[in-house]
Design a protein around this ligand. Structure first.
Ligand SMILES: Nc1nc2c(c(=O)[nH]1)N[C@H]1C(S)=C(S)[C@@H](COP(=O)(O)OP(=O)(O)OC[C@H]3O[C@@H](n4cnc5c(=O)[nH]c(N)nc54)[C@H](O)[C@@H]3O)O[C@H]1N2
Ligand SMILES: Nc1nc2c(c(=O)[nH]1)N[C@H]1C(S)=C(S)[C@@H](COP(=O)(O)OP(=O)(O)OC[C@H]3O[C@@H](n4cnc5c(=O)[nH]c(N)nc54)[C@H](O)[C@@H]3O)O[C@H]1N2
Ligand code: SF4
Ligand SMILES: [Mo]
Length: 724
């Protein structure tokens, strides 16, 4: 019998580009995925990961039934058994130890979906639990913390007006590979190349001459983790060259005088000693930036993960603001939310461990092990991990393994049994994004970080695999089983029960599930119409674009209504930079480790498909400059030991003359050898670099909780055979 083929339009939820896709299916299987050339934002662009999603959604490793660990082995159990047992255990832990003993990690892939993420937060609220860990403190929490201080809200963020700028300085980003962050930019290089085509200028400030720098613009090598000095020198030189728009500052900003004081000790000649960017180069960059008809300073993950990401944010956005480039054509624009959800009005929360501040209602993953291991009131005893692999992606893996292994209750919800799930008591099968109705979330919906401001809706393209279940439903059922109302609200729980009851009565073709109802409600609240209308707009809808001239004096959320150029805690922190500077000089010969993303990998999950790990792609490497290698007697392809924080890993050596000498790089997300549930990935070689990255309250950036993953001091040596 010839089966019916259908084509459905959807969008990819793997990275922030959110490209439109056309998926051909038959018999609930993907036959083909192509870029959607009619999508209003991505216009026919998509990358290999979006186009090869079928390898993951139809993987033979997909979890299709709940698993329970019995005598050290996972055995299949019914949903009813899993939910009842977990609910009972939760209830007991909550009764004995209170809400703060229950915590969750919400991983990166599901962060692009609105319903499961909302429901996980409502699940925590049901228990008055506040410890929500996310990858945010591994990738961008400094920006949230900075937005709060400068603009009055973590969700107030700016992005380069990419299609009009005449001058872009891109610091710590590699769009060819990663498609960037805090800006939704499908086909980013086409748009960046266009800057030069219209006579503009592009600079890449990066310890590595990246794939992006080879395509366009000028590469400015910088010593890893010295970006704060780069920004201080930049600011000093802006003032020196008379680039401050005094009238704009007076009308829309507070604290300019303090800012001037902060950068006074940092002329470009001085910062050059640690950044290794010659003063003349920096002077030229500043002159070009000031002369351009619209210029943007932008930085991303390579800086976020350094030791001073929050200070860099502050200085950069102060520069964009005082030079008149904030809220102007070709400068940086403040994103306008598509759906403006109220930001939490709760008092600022701090952790029980060293009073570490929460950022954007989340607690830093760098203290997750401490929260679990340290006894006392509020010690975490139950943990729910949804779509995350913290064992490989959060810092200090061995300590985290010890911590997660000691929990009274550990539940993982994922589409496969990953490394972290090996430590779980229960593993519950969730949905792949292709099996979920959705709208673009967070960066798009709540922050509007899009040059092409747009909105899309997608129905599920495939039915749920096997007995896998919508995560939102899992959380609602867990609340019910533990006798706690969803979101702490009896009304919500009552609606949820009613919905579930009717959902069972009606045939699937008629019933509208809770997630779609929720999305419909949200879209209506934002004036986008209900799902029925959105469904007809299969290529997305273009919204009113983000415009210059509507932010300053109008949408700034600080109590003063002005941009705060000198937040008191950051000004105080700037004083510590003298000591940092002195240390940099002393440690000039120290090797520093940076991260590296690669085309065929995505954090920890993309190695479980053969197409992605072919040939020499079956391991990560230690990338090292040939001179640094020669000095240590390291040969290509031989094993090297990379050590830091009292731990070490071994990986094969690869020379990379594009790295600045003194800098090495080891991609993250590897080390799958013990992953019983990942039949392809477990055959790969490679090691988990987060074994050697630091954790604990002293290791994180104090204002934002960011883990230190870039610019980590390491020792590298040839590995002795048989010794690890
Ligand atoms: N050393 C170092 N560490 C890093 C980084 C670095 O640069 N260096 N980068 C950090 C960054 S930026 C991030 S964002 C984090 C990410 O780290 P995590 O948040 O841990 O996320 P991932 O490793 O991407 O994926 C976790 C799980 O999501 C599951 N998953 C994938 N797709 C789906 C889906 O559609 N549905 C469901 N339910 N599950 C799915 C996968 O099976 C996988 O097991 O890693 C961070 N860790
Ligand atoms: N193929 C692929 N694409 C991805 C991902 C992936 O794992 N694989 N992950 C996705 C995720 S979760 C994220 S958050 C985004 C991140 O995307 P981006 O924010 O664009 O960041 P990266 O591509 O990681 O690039 C970081 C750059 O910073 C440089 N760098 C390292 N240390 C320093 C430093 O101290 N100073 C400066 N100035 N530069 C430094 C590195 O050499 C690197 O080129 O990518 C997303 N896209
Ligand atoms: S660029 Fe990002 S959103 Fe687009 S197809 Fe690739 S992974 Fe998906
Ligand atoms: Mo990320």
């Amino acid at each position: 019998m010839v089966s019916q083929q259908t084509q459905k339009k959807t969008f990819c939820r793997i990275c922030e580009a959110q490209c439109g896709l056309v998926v051909t299916t038959a018999d609930a299987r993907v036959l083909n995925i192509e870029p959607n050339k009619d999508h209003v934002a991505s216009k026919g662009y998509a990358c290999i990961k979006g186009l090869r999603m079928a390898d993951f959604v139809h993987s033979s490793d997909r979890l299709t039934t709940p698993l329970k660990k019995v005598d050290g082995e996972f055995v299949p159990v019914s949903w009813e058994q899993a939910i009842t047992e977990i609910g009972a255990k939760l209830k007991a832990i909550h009764a004995q130890h209170g809400g703060e003993s229950i915590a969750a990690y919400m991983g990166n892939p599901i962060g692009f979906s609105i319903w499961p993420t909302m429901m996980m937060t409502h699940f925590l609220k049901a228990f008055q639990a506040h410890k929500l860990f996310t990858p945010g403190t591994q990738d961008c929490a400094n920006k949230f913390a900075g937005g709060e201080r400068l603009f009055g809200s973590p969700n107030d963020q700016v992005f380069p007006d990419i299609d009009h700028t005449q001058f872009l300085i891109a610091v710590g980003t590699n769009p060819v590979i990663s498609k960037m962050s805090f800006i939704s930019l499908p086909n980013p290089m086409q748009r960046i190349e266009a800057i030069e085509e219209r006579g503009g200028k592009v600079y890449w400030v990066n310890p590595r001459r990246t794939e992006s720098a080879k395509r366009v613009g000028e590469h400015v090598p910088i010593r890893a983790d010295t970006d704060v000095f780069f920004m201080l020198g930049f600011l000093h030189e802006v003032i020196q060259q008379g680039g401050v728009k005094a009238e704009r500052v007076a009308s829309y900003m507070n604290g300019y005088e303090s800012l001037v004081e902060v950068c006074k000790p940092w002329p470009i000649e001085r910062v050059a000693e640690v950044t290794r960017i010659p003063a003349d180069t920096l002077r030229e960059m500043v002159s070009g930036y000031l002369a351009a008809d619209g210029a943007a300073l932008y930085f991303s993950t390579g800086v976020n993960q350094g030791s001073a990401g929050l200070l860099v944010y502050w200085l950069q956005e102060a520069i964009n603001a005082i030079t008149g480039n904030l809220d102007r054509r070709g400068g940086v624009l403040a994103g306008k939310a598509v759906i403006a959800l109220p930001v939490s009005m709760e008092a600022a929360r701090v952790s029980r461990i060293d009073a570490v501040p929460y950022v954007n209602s989340t607690i830093p993953a760098g203290i997750m092990a401490d929260e679990i291991l340290e006894p006392g009131q509020g010690q975490v005893r139950a943990m729910f991990n949804m779509s995350g692999n913290p064992l490989l992606t959060c810092a200090d893996s061995q300590r985290l393994e010890q911590a997660l292994g000691s929990l009274e209750l550990f539940v993982c919800i994922d589409i496969v049994r990953n490394e972290t799930a090996e430590l779980a008591d229960y593993i519950l099968p969730g949905l792949h994004s292709l099996e979920r109705a959705d709208i673009p979330f967070y960066f798009f919906t709540l922050m509007g970080l899009m040059p092409d401001r747009s909105f899309s809706y997608t129905d599920a393209v495939l039915p749920a695999a096997g007995d896998s279940r919508d995560e939102g439903l899992i959380f609602r059922q867990l609340c019910k089983a533990a006798g706690r109302p969803v979101g702490g609200s009896r009304l919500l729980q009552w609606c949820s029960n009613l919905g579930e009851f009717f959902g069972k009565l009606l045939p699937a073709s008629v019933s509208t599930s809770a997630d779609i109802l929720f999305i419909s409600m949200l879209a209506r609240s934002a004036g986008l119409g209900g799902v029925r209308g959105l469904r007809r707009q299969v290529d997305g809808v273009l919204l009113e674009p983000n415009q210059p001239g509507d932010y300053l004096g109008q949408r700034v959320k600080t109590p003063s209504g002005k941009i705060e150029l000198a937040p008191a805690d950051l000004v105080a922190r700037a004083e510590e930079l003298e000591a940092r500077f002195a240390r940099e000089l002393v440690d000039a010969d120290q090797l520093k480790l940076i991260q590296k993303r690669e085309r065929f990998t995505h954090n920890s999950w993309a190695h479980n498909a053969r197409a992605f790990i072919k040939g020499e792609r079956n391991t990560n490497y230690l990338y090292i400059h040939p001179d640094d290698a020669a000095f240590r007697n390291l040969k290509e392809a031989e094993m090297a030991t990379v050590a830091a924080n009292g731990q070490s890993i071994q990986v094969p050596v690869r020379f990379d003359a594009d790295l600045q000498p003194g800098t090495v790089s080891v991609p993250h997300g590897w080390g799958h050898q013990k992953a019983a549930g990942l039949s392809v990935a477990r055959e790969t070689l490679g090691a988990n670099v987060n074994v050697i990255t630091p954790s604990g309250p002293d290791s994180i950036e104090p204002g934002s909780g960011m883990s230190h993953m870039n610019g980590v001091p390491v020792e590298v040596s040839a590995a002795l055979p048989g010794v690890s």
